[in-house]
Design a protein around this ligand. Structure first.
Ligand SMILES: [Zn+2]
Ligand SMILES: [Zn+2]
Ligand SMILES: [Zn+2]
Length: 142
């Protein structure tokens, strides 16, 4: 059983992004609401032994399309996913925050600060997306 407040938060998030709540979607979202660490498909699979890989994968893709999760490339080779800010909408992500990769524990987290896009780009270049990754040691490892 999910705790009542967690359950409420899950339903609220799904409703906000117009995603129909299914037991699998609620389970996957719970994993992300529990902490801010970005998760890969493999990590989610290990955390939810009774769920099947394809279903988890499809859920991640749906969440990414609907603006609930964003994909992060942290250099580990596996795509990681993390919760989107409220501003994200279906097909229109607004991730203007850097990601912090801890070199000790290997975790990647979203930082709650804004990344400033470059003030100008050379002529003809158009900015569509920006991914900033910081590397260092997280509070738990420091
Ligand atoms: Zn997003
Ligand atoms: Zn760490
Ligand atoms: Zn992020």
């Amino acid at each position: 059983m999910l705790a009542k407040t967690m359950n409420h938060q899950i339903l609220h998030t799904l409703e906000n992004k117009n995603v129909r709540p299914t037991p699998m979607r609620m389970l996957v979202l719970e994993q992300f609401l529990q902490n801010r660490t970005a998760r890969s498909l493999g990590e989610l699979e290990a955390a939810m032994p009774r769920a099947d890989r394809i279903t988890i994968y499809r859920t991640l893709r749906t969440f990414e399309e609907k603006g609930i999760l964003h994909a992060i490339t942290d250099g580990s080779g596996a795509t990681h996913y993390a919760l989107c800010p409220d501003a994200c909408e279906p097909e229109h992500h607004r991730e203007f925050h850097p990601h912090f990769h801890c070199i000790r524990c290997g975790r990647t987290l979203c930082l709650d600060i804004t990344t400033q896009p470059p003030a100008s780009l050379p002529g003809g270049f158009q900015l569509l997306d920006m991914e900033v990754q910081l590397k260092g040691v997280c509070p738990e490892c420091g």
